[in-house]
Design a protein around this ligand. Structure first.
Ligand code: BGC
Length: 720
């Protein structure tokens, strides 16, 4: 084993600074002539490039091996390079986008998918992934909601920690594991008006209670790295934000992970107007404990000068460099700089039948059945099926951030339905396009004809894949183009229509919902999309996803989320027992969302028979058991996520109308009745108070089951 301290002692300042920089693979793969332009832009010399310690955006094991070999031949210390990549929802076999994964409420499923991604990615040479992304979100206009698990802190924390555990495994010496990098610290999802990279202004209590805990949960689970976000938080860009980087991360949480900037985020400190030049930008980021600079060159260029001027000590540079070397050591790179990757091994690991089977299962479990008035499941006896809409025959269903996933390897709905029903007469008609600009209705007539002829219509609508993801915010949340008009024409011609939706975010489906008898949202389901759709439509699989992000009734309701604070003028509960805690009505659309957090139907019929508490009062240190009785009143087995909510009735701060306390997903056989138990402790009732501490306050709490705006069986519990 190499001794890191010995290596450090022998390194020049330039060599150490190389370890603190990361650039794109093309700089290392192309000839000197081809990289002159990009190098000039970065202000780098080829000499400086030789010392660089890590790489991103390579494509395969061959590139990793080439870069590593070339580097080791030139490096006098033989320090291997570190290879990082965004492995977000699969490497080559793509599973549903994280927003879909959240809706599965199934951490074991997420772990299994993550392990699959890790096996494929490590075979291709990836050593660190820029995952999990646990930005808490409340505004569906923001394109990056697709990368999150939604608007609940508990779900985000559990899913994030599950990904850390599954990627990192027991030991990073195991070559099928990789290190994780939690991002984007912090509150990037709070971008004002959902516009990407926009400022974030949040109170400390919102941050501490809703936005920050998931990053901490991932670090507690052992995440090796952390990435500060692009945005300003309360006026200060995150990478240079002392409150975030020092006070919260290091002092309050006691975590000191290896920190890497986001892409050119240090360079962008100049655009933010907090640094006059790259030297000042480098100073701001380094003094706030950012160790690696991604894709700008402030550290390589100016840290040496800053040490000579006495702004930083050489020990500080050593500390940062040591952390990089320690991660390389943990990953076993000094023993095997290639970490076992090879083009042959890579070819074998990709898209195996087992991987495809898991992706198919995941796509089924993440789908959410929004509405179903007797259309689904299909009987399988339908002779003539019309597949209509712009998403019916496309294989562009993997979603943004799909790494090495390929459309041509993705199963379209048409292919999936033909696989499942080889005997049926299936016609596929596009009808219209799916972009905002595409307003052409000339395909409607053919679609209407096909609908009239069919026993059942599967209407496949949605957003293009690149309408969500980085930089892709939307000002409207309706189906783009004339898709709702297509639905009107098609459903008018044949009401026996099930709508299948594909999107990277909650959509505004208010008009569609009035016409459609059945709506199933698949998010972007990944490689096995069409097969999973067929499984669900034909009842070979039973939908079990529940929304982790609210579907607004109109875009003007955004940001809208289930756990908002109470107000002085709440609307009273309506006669259906639906809670209407939102303040004051919007004139056009009321104040309720179309579908709340927690909504999701099944082909089974689940009845919540009751909720009991083991005590009606308790003290800190004691535990109360809550028991929910759930019955499957159907002849079909199915899964249900049972949720427990609470409301703190009186506290020194205004508390949310409801908060998810705990949840568990259970499978019930036909007609089975099951008691589901939860443990309530005083810690779960805490909040961030005005004295800047997490506390619980004695008093009354309301405990309920059901979901968000549809709470059931409320019981009172007193904390003494
Ligand atoms: C994104 C990060 C990502 C990084 C590297 C940035 O643009 O914000 O999420 O990890 O690029 O690809």
């Amino acid at each position: 084993m190499r001794n890191i301290e010995d290596i450090l002692k022998d390194m020049t300042m330039e060599e150490k600074l190389g370890q603190l920089a990361q650039y794109n693979a093309n700089l290392f793969l192309n000839s000197d002539a081809d990289i002159t332009g990009p190098l000039t832009e970065l202000g780098l010399t080829t000499e400086e490039l030789k010392n660089v310690g890590s790489v991103l955006n390579f494509r395969n094991a061959r590139e990793v091996c080439t870069i590593q070999k070339q580097h080791l031949e030139a490096d006098r210390h033989k320090i291997p390079m570190l290879f990082m990549m965004d492995v977000i929802h699969g490497y080559r076999t793509i599973y549903p986008i994280p927003l879909g994964l959240g809706c599965s409420f199934d951490t074991e499923l997420v772990e299994a998918c993550t392990r699959m991604a890790s096996r494929e990615a490590t075979a291709a040479g990836v050593q660190v992934t820029f995952t999990p992304m646990v930005d808490y979100v409340r505004d569906a206009r923001w394109g990056r909601v697709m990368e999150t698990c939604g608007e609940d802190t508990l779900v985000n924390s559990r899913m994030g920690a599950a990904q850390v555990r599954a990627f990192q495994g027991e030991s990073l010496k195991d070559k099928s594991t990789m290190a994780t990098c939690v991002k984007h610290y912090a509150a990037y999802g709070g971008a004002e008006a959902g516009r990407d990279y926009n400022q974030v202004e949040l109170s400390e209590h919102s941050l501490r209670e809703f936005y920050l805990p998931a990053y901490k949960a991932c670090l507690d689970a052992g995440a090796e790295m952390l990435m500060p976000a692009f945005n300003t938080l309360n006026g200060v860009p995150c990478v240079a934000n002392p409150w975030l980087m020092q006070t919260v991360l290091r002092e309050d949480w006691g975590h000191d992970p290896l920190v890497i900037s986001d892409y050119n985020a240090i360079g962008e400190l100049r655009k933010h107007g907090v640094a006059e030049n790259m030297k000042q930008a480098a100073k701001l980021a380094f003094e706030n404990g950012c160790h690696i600079e991604m894709c700008s060159s402030g550290y390589i260029k100016y840290l040496k000068e800053l040490v000579q001027e006495g702004v930083f000590t050489e020990e500080q540079v050593d500390d940062a460099c040591r952390k990089v070397l320690q991660l390389k050591e943990k990953l076993g790179l000094f023993e095997d700089p290639y970490r076992g990757c090879s083009p042959e091994g890579e070819a074998k690991a990709m898209l195996t039948p087992e991987n495809r089977a898991l992706a198919r299962k995941a796509a089924r479990e993440c789908a959410v059945l929004l509405k179903n008035e007797g259309v689904l499941p299909l009987s399988g006896q339908e002779k003539k099926i019309a597949l209509i809409g712009p998403m019916a025959s496309t294989n562009a269903l993997k979603g943004f951030w799909a790494c090495q996933g390929r459309d041509e390897e993705t199963v379209s709905v048409e292919e999936g339905m033909r696989n499942a029903l080889p005997e049926a007469r299936i016609v596929a008609v596009r009808g219209c396009g799916n972009t905002c600009q595409d307003l052409d209705m000339s395909g409607f007539a053919e679609a209407v004809e096909a609908a009239k002829e069919a026993d059942v219509v599967i209407l496949c609508l949605g957003e293009p894949q690149d309408y969500s993801g980085e930089g892709n915010s939307r000002a409207e949340l309706e189906l783009p183009g004339v898709q709702t008009e297509l639905a009107e024409a098609v459903i008018g011609a044949n009401p026996n229509t099930a709508v299948v939706l594909f999107s990277g975010r909650p959509l505004v489906l208010t008009r569609l919902e009035k016409m459609a008898k059945a709506m199933l949202t698949m998010w972007f389901p990944g490689t096995e999309a069409g097969n999973a759709v067929a499984d669900l439509l034909l009842g070979k699989a039973n939908p079990c996803g529940k929304l982790t992000m609210t579907f607004p009734a109109a875009v003007g309701q955004c940001p809208i989320y289930y756990n908002h604070p109470r107000t002085g003028r709440p609307k009273p509960a309506n006669k259906d027992g639906v809670h209407m805690p939102y303040t004051s009505n919007y004139i056009e659309c009321g104040n309720l969302p179309l579908y709340s957090f927690g909504h999701g139907l099944s082909y089974s019929k689940f009845v919540y028979e009751g909720l009991t508490l083991s005590a009606d009062s308790f003290t800190a240190g004691e535990k109360v058991t809550a028991t929910v009785t759930l019955r499957n009143e159907s002849d079909r087995s199915g899964k249900e996520t049972v949720m427990l909510y609470m409301q703190d009735v009186v506290a020194s701060n205004t508390r949310p109308v409801q908060q998810l306390l705990d949840y568990v997903k259970v499978e019930l056989a036909p007609r089975e009745c099951r008691e589901v138990t939860f443990t309530i402790t005083e810690e779960q009732l805490r909040f961030w108070n005005n004295a800047h501490r997490f506390v619980s306050e004695p008093g009354l709490f309301r405990i309920s089951t059901g979901y968000a705006d549809h709470l059931l069986h409320t019981k009172e519990l007193t904390l003494k």
